[in-house]
Design a protein around this ligand. Sequence first.
Ligand SMILES: NC(=O)c1ccc[n+]([C@@H]2O[C@H](COP(=O)([O-])OP(=O)(O)OC[C@H]3O[C@@H](n4cnc5c(N)ncnc54)[C@H](O)[C@@H]3O)[C@@H](O)[C@H]2O)c1
Length: 310
Amino acid sequence: MAKQVAVIGSGVMGHGIAQEYALAGYTVFLYDLQESFLLKAKRSVENSLSLLVKEQVISEQAKQDALERIVLTTDLQAAVAKADVITEAIPEVIEMKWDLFEKLEQFAKEDAIIASNTSTFSIARLIEKAKTPQRIIITHFFNPAQLVPLVEIVRHEKTADAVVSRTMELMVEIGKSPVLLKKDVPGFIANRLQTALMREAFSLLKEGVADAREIDTVMKDGIGFRWAFVGPIETADFGGLDTWKRVIDNLAPELNASQKAPELIDELVEKGKLGTKTGSGIYSYADTSVEEKWKQRDEQFIRLAKMKRG
Ligand SMILES: NC(=O)c1ccc[n+]([C@@H]2O[C@H](COP(=O)([O-])OP(=O)(O)OC[C@H]3O[C@@H](n4cnc5c(N)ncnc54)[C@H](O)[C@@H]3O)[C@@H](O)[C@H]2O)c1
């Protein structure tokens, strides 16, 4: 079987998804609107692969082979013509996704799987205008896509069973940990859990219960330390369901239940302080360069992944 895939959009997510397929031996056609975006994406892949070599996860030869398997193109038709699987990672704008799907349905092989990396649209919304919904599926990777194992898979009742099983197999083949949802709900599973936690974290910050650094420490050294190995439902079992019944009954009424983003985030967005990508957000990144921060984060993720595998 031909081992060729296409990734459409080479930004934050697209380059990492391309890297995963390339490392697993697939020829990857990586498409974007401009050559300069593609060159930036390839540099990011090269840096990420170099880090994997430094951390002894892959060999220098595997790095070179993966880089050679990534073909950059600004020609959409050429990108998808021979692909068995096409993953779109273009901006989260529904009209853009519909417009792209229309082209993909026209240019792609009849049996090619079309996967979306959407983080918020339901599969029902994505396929609203599709002529071949049976081959459309969501594969929701996590940032950084090349390092976080989870991929949430969302199907529609119109998605062919064979497409679902092939996608699940493929994710395992490229080293991912796929979770297939039984229902199409907004935000899937991970972003719902994450949003519930972020809402409370920002509420504690606003109420002056602790500074950002302390709140992050509680997560990294407490809850998050456990959660890398024990999920929330297991945690309830380990802690005792009688205890957790009291915890939830007593605390649920105390929790923030806001229906919108925290004011602090609104204010910072208004000022253009978007976090690492603009050099400051909740924290300032004046002392350590943002690139260095990202590199440190990725090194830690690589080491955690090794430990989890090991
Ligand atoms: N950033 C995240 O943390 C994250 C996590 C999971 C899922 N997602 C989802 O992944 C998708 C991509 O997000 P991102 O953060 O990588 O965005 P991004 O802005 O970093 O990258 C999008 C890329 O798509 C290109 N593009 C724009 N219009 C295009 C078009 N019509 N055809 C082809 N390419 C086009 C852009 O030039 C850009 O390079 C979105 O659906 C997003 O919701 C993002």
